[in-house]
Design a protein around this ligand. Structure first.
Ligand SMILES: Cc1ncc(COP(=O)(O)O)c(C=O)c1O
Length: 365
């Protein structure tokens, strides 16, 4: 559809479609990689303390307390930190501030499907680089003229991690390109490239509070990098929205960063559940790509992924299925609590058994 009142670019957009947020609380929700555990009690307390008279006032436009907390956590300077209303928003600014050049921006053919959407919005040319047959990023394939490079690490929706030493090797040889690493899922056992920031002025790391810190509902993201890259992002942010983080979001984020113990306990639990879930799915005949994220990417040679997705949904279990080249036979399943994982496995067992029985019956006819 279109409207004569839209600007020309709007008619041509293909917007991102977010995973479903069902209104029914009874659904086993394993479709948008949220954390199944609540935020830290210190976060909830800090939010509660911020819901008073001060809400009359605008928040700190520069989120100084949060930048200080992040700088301390990552052993960086305050001017190496950028914060925004979700990492989606930070990424949007990254595309506009750092990846819009005359040459195409490069990203993998299978990755976060928001990247081509930002390119459409900002009129950025891009070229996708195929992952290897085992769904890995081979950085040698990115050694071509480009207007910047972006990939998720661990990648989404595969969960595959690229070694930080390989990233460093690439940064050393390609100082002319900005390399943006989207680390939305880095806290579930992968290594962050944040340690490279002081040595490589062309690397930018983007992270979120949505996954490992259980704050998807608060919308908080951030970027870490050389101060010139950060200044570029600040220029776009201050030409768009001076106050991206509310008072509540600032308070929640500071408390979340400071409560390391809770963060470590929650991420440890999810890593343990991921390994248990992967083993249980393999026992049901699924192929699982080894994941370093809070989800697993699973396929079954005997069952169509689209069919499994629909059947699971009928049984009140939501997972994510992408009808996209190379991955249409996979399901992306968020690691839930042990109880949620058990519900998923029971539903899958019933669906697979049912399908096998009807296939046998048809064969007997
Ligand atoms: C790879 C990747 N990057 C970024 C995001 C955005 O996270 P948020 O906007 O919640 O910070 C997501 C969300 O699922 C993601 O999968």
């Amino acid at each position: 559809m279109t409207s004569k009142y839209w600007s020309p670019v709007v008619s041509k957009l293909t917007p991102y479609v977010a995973g479903e947020q069902p209104l029914n609380p009874g659904v086993v929700k394993l479709n948008t990689n949220e954390n199944p555990y609540p935020p830290s009690p210190r976060v909830l307390e800090s939010i509660a303390q911020s819901t008073g008279d001060e809400l009359r006032l605008y928040p700190d436009p520069n989120s100084q307390k949060l930048k200080r907390a992040l700088a301390h956590h990552f052993e960086l300077a305050n001017d190496q930190i950028f914060v925004g209303n979700s990492s989606d928003e930070v990424l949007a600014h990254v595309f506009q501030a750092l990846l819009k050049h005359d040459l195409p921006t490069l990203f993998p053919d299978v990755t976060y499907s928001f990247y081509p959407v930002y390119c459409g919005l900002y009129g950025i040319q891009y070229k996708t680089i195929p992952l290897t047959a085992s769904f890995e990023i081979d950085l040698d394939d990115y050694a071509i003229p480009n207007g910047g490079i972006i990939f998720a690490n661990p990648n989404a929706p595969t969960g595959v991690q690229l070694d930080t030493d390989l990233i460093e090797h690439f940064l050393k040889r390609h100082s002319e390109s900005v390399v943006v690493i989207d680390e939305a899922y880095v806290d579930f056992g992968a290594e962050s490239a944040a340690r490279l920031i002081d040595r490589y002025p062309n690397v930018l790391v983007v992270q979120t509070f949505s996954k490992s810190r259980s704050l998807a509902g608060m919308r908080i993201g951030f970027a870490l990098g050389n101060k010139d890259l950060i200044e570029g992002l600040e220029r776009v942010k201050n030409s768009f929205n001076s106050y991206p983080l509310s008072r509540l979001a600032n308070a929640a984020a500071v408390a979340a960063i400071e409560d390391r113990e809770y963060f470590e306990a929650v991420t440890r639990n999810i890593v343990r559940s991921r390994e248990e879930l992967s083993a249980a799915l393999r026992a049901l005949g699924f192929q699982i790509i080894p994941s370093m994220a809070n989800f697993v990417f699973a396929s079954h040679s005997g069952h169509d992924a689209g069919f499994l997705y629909c059947k699971l949904k009928e049984q009140g279990v939501l997972v994510r299925h992408f009808s996209l080249p190379r991955i249409e036979q996979f399901l992306r399943i968020t690691v839930g609590t042990p109880e949620q994982c058990e519900s998923l496995l029971l539903a899958l067992k019933a669906i697979c058994l049912d399908e096998c029985c009807s296939a046998t019956l048809q064969g007997e006819k």
